[in-house]
Design a protein around this ligand. Sequence first.
Ligand code: DOR
Length: 442
Amino acid sequence: MASTFDLLLKGGTVVNHDGIGVRDVAIRGGRIAAIGQIDQSLAGEVIDAKGLHVLPGVIDTQVHFREPGLEHKEDLETGSRGAVLGGVTAVFEMPNTKPLTTTAERLADKVARARNRMFCDFAFYVGGTRENIDQIPQLERLEGSAGIKVFMGSSTGDLLVDDEASLDRIIGALRRRAAFHSEDEARLIARMDVRRPGDPSSHPEWRDEEAAIISTRRLVRLAEKHKRRVHVLHVSTAAEMAFLAEHKDWASVEVTPHHLTLVAPECYETLGTYAQMNPPVRDEHHRRAIWEGLAAGVVDVLGSDHAPHTREEKDHAYPASHSGMTGVQTLVPIMLDHVNAGRLSLERFVDLTSHGPQRLFGIRGKGRIAVGYDADLTVVDLGREEVIVDEQVASRAGWTPYHGKRVKGWPIGTFVRGRRVMWDGEIIGPAHGAPVGFLEGL
Ligand code: DOR
């Protein structure tokens, strides 16, 4: 007799929109088919999830996977290996590749490279530039498009739009929520000599709080003028958090695990240029404000901003050293460690990594454990203690800023549309990554 269900996760503690409780989750045809007490004889395969927590699949809405053009740092496959080893079921990838992802053809090329080669599902941001403004409404709606991303301040790569007229036109052209790297380019240029050669602790002095808030005020002013929704990536300052709390109608807020976990000056003393990131990791005043924004509900999502660079690129003397660190594989363990330390609840973690992305970006059929939704699941052991080490890191970069850190809480299993792609540190192929669907792309 054919089974009613393909797969049954039995006895796990499900964290869901209606609370936390022990429930079975049954999967059929890649989707969630039933939740509750389910007879195991109805399933083709049964996985014992007793003692484990079953979360909606973690969606990381900011990663740099570097393909095409920068594959010596990462590629779509290696990046996705890190994702699923870390319990991440879908990623939104950034356009500062070579060439830049700024046209329909380049987006289609990324989608073709990723399909059935990435282990997780994916969407790609399209870079907003002065040249493609007229195509924005189409670029936002293409298959695999996560929407538009704009760099208002220079970071890695050549994407930059810093003049008022172009920003005004881009924001006016938007239909979907668009994502912004918000640092004021004019201030960054004017303050270049604040950087002390060989001293990465001067990085947050150069790219200071003013640079961030000037840009974010401008962004929100334009969003309000055009009645458009903007997403402020990696918010890193107390001033922005207070300002954005007053502008939730227009602006959504992302924070990163590294801005919540690392702190200046210690991180620059211990990690040197390996802590160098844009926007920078700042001092305790800012870290506390980010945690307060998270507790208050101002923060909508967590993104890892996984930005791999090789050791050689990081080892250049500051400021020639590249900005960025790995993060997609460590997002879940680092944040579960914060859960275990009582800094946020497990429900809030799920809100930030599943419900939040679904709500902001209008993701179709993901972000919830609910019947009819994709069976994307992140299974974690909240009690498991592990030490994070470079050797675990699947990224081609081969290092993590958390090397040697003991954490409590660890991803055990990753399910993407009903298929188990990772269990207890082993990747299970073949890769079957597919584009994330969006309500506005229907
Ligand atoms: O530190 C960063 N690195 N910040 C960014 O915005 C870009 C990223 C990268 O691509 O390396």
